[in-house]
Design a protein around this ligand. Structure first.
Ligand code: IPM
Ligand code: MG
Length: 369
């Protein structure tokens, strides 16, 4: 297979974790007999610096011609003086998600039993490891409703509002995505909402229930309020298999899930939607969920695993290259377990290695397979 992708390293730690991930991706593909062509383009703050736009026209045009996007991260203090709507996150990542209708965000949280010490939770809570997937709605809800500030004529008591809205069809399609994930796992979904307060959540709960009853009655569905879900994630993380939720709750809970599983530096994500690429698989954007971490950028200390694992998700979802995806995931696990890929965030008494060294350790494991 010939893979044609766009690489958008972005800002902060993006370029360095991307540099560690690309050789791993290339090696896995070469070993599987595939070829890779990619072009790199500026996005986010790098896009603003290069062209004045966070999502430069040429970057967007290149994405439209590709089979998938491998994304780094965007944002940082350098662009925080800009009006919110022009900042890298809101002006590049969100429009990319929306333009390509990438409504289903799949974030796997995994903590092998052998790495239980990496979790900040009490050992008995994670002794058996954690293996769950957060499916987050990504192109609607409060992120995409109207955001505005209203300053009264006397200028005294400024107000701001953000509109949260959901359509039934938007809830149905992300439910279908969660069902597809659950079918490849334990057939269990916990849907998270705030139906005791929000109208959107009442619709969410009704729609998820009806959709699963009609299309996937074999799935065991339960509902949880978001505050309770936040608590259960630290009380009994092993209870979760597939967690399905709306945009903002998913943003928050997936960070919590990542921390419980050891580090945000390990959290990969796939954002897919209805469009297919030329291979007949979903077009998607693949990115670490942890952000640009400007405080540690350029120091060769960031964990490259989330970026590497995002490349593996890309192989699986956008190219159906399951074997190659697994080879990368196994290499990451082995490298972390042997402590050769333990950057500072997951070192726990082992000597911390740098970003490049961690990437090389993964590469070495891959070559050993
Ligand atoms: C994420 C990030 C983004 C989000 C930011 C960078 C806009 O936190 O992917 O989780 O909130 O979706
Ligand atoms: Mg987030």
């Amino acid at each position: 297979m010939h893979l044609n992708i766009v690489v958008l390293p972005g800002d902060g730690i993006g370029p360095e974790v991307m540099a560690a991930a690309l050789p791993v991706l290339e090696t896995a593909l070469r070993r599987g007999g595939h070829t890779l062509a990619y072009t790199e383009h500026p996005v986010g703050g790098a896009g603003i610096d290069a062209t004045g736009k966070a999502l430069p026209d040429a970057t967007l045009a290149a994405c439209k011609c590709a089979d998938a996007i491998l994304f780094g991260s965007v944002g940082g203090p350098r662009w925080e003086h800009l009006p919110p709507a022009e900042q890298p996150e809101r002006a590049s990542l969100l429009p990319l998600r929306k333009t390509f209708d990438l409504f289903a965000n799949i974030r796997p949280g995994f903590l092998p039993a052998a790495l239980a010490e990496a979790s900040p939770l009490r050992p008995d809570l994670v002794a058996g490891g954690i293996d769950m997937v957060c499916v987050r709605e990504l192109t609607s809800g409060i992120y995409f409703g109207q955001h505005r500030r209203i300053t009264p004529p006397d200028g005294k008591d400024t107000q701001a509002e953000d509109v949260m809205a959901y359509r039934k069809s938007e809830i149905e399609r992300v439910t279908d995505a969660a069902v597809a994930v659950a079918r490849s796992r334990k057939q269990r979904i916990v849907s998270v909402d705030k139906a005791n307060v929000l109208a959107c959540s009442v619709l969410w709960r009704e729609t998820v229930s009806a959709r699963i009853a009609a299309t996937a009655p074999e799935i065991v569905l339960s509902h949880m309020y978001v505050d309770n879900a936040a608590m259960q994630l630290v009380r009994a993380p092993a209870f979760f298999d597939v967690l399905l939720t709306e945009n903002m709750f998913g943003d928050i809970l997936s960070d919590e899930m990542a921390a419980v599983c050891g580090s945000l530096g390990m959290l990969a994500s796939a954002s897919v939607g209805g469009t297919k690429n030329r291979h007949g698989y979903p077009f998607g954007l693949y990115e670490p969920a942890g952000g640009s971490a400007p405080d540690i950028a350029g120091k060769n200390i960031a964990n490259p695993c989330a970026q590497i694992l995002s490349a593996a998700l890309m192989l699986r979802h956008s190219f159906g290259a399951h074997r190659e995806a697994e080879s990368i995931e196994t290499a990451v696990r082995d490298a972390v377990a042997s402590s050769a890929a333990r950057t500072a965030d997951i070192a726990f008494g082992h000597p911390a290695v740098g970003t490049c060294e961690a990437g090389n350790a993964v590469l070495e494991q891959l070559e050993k397979q």
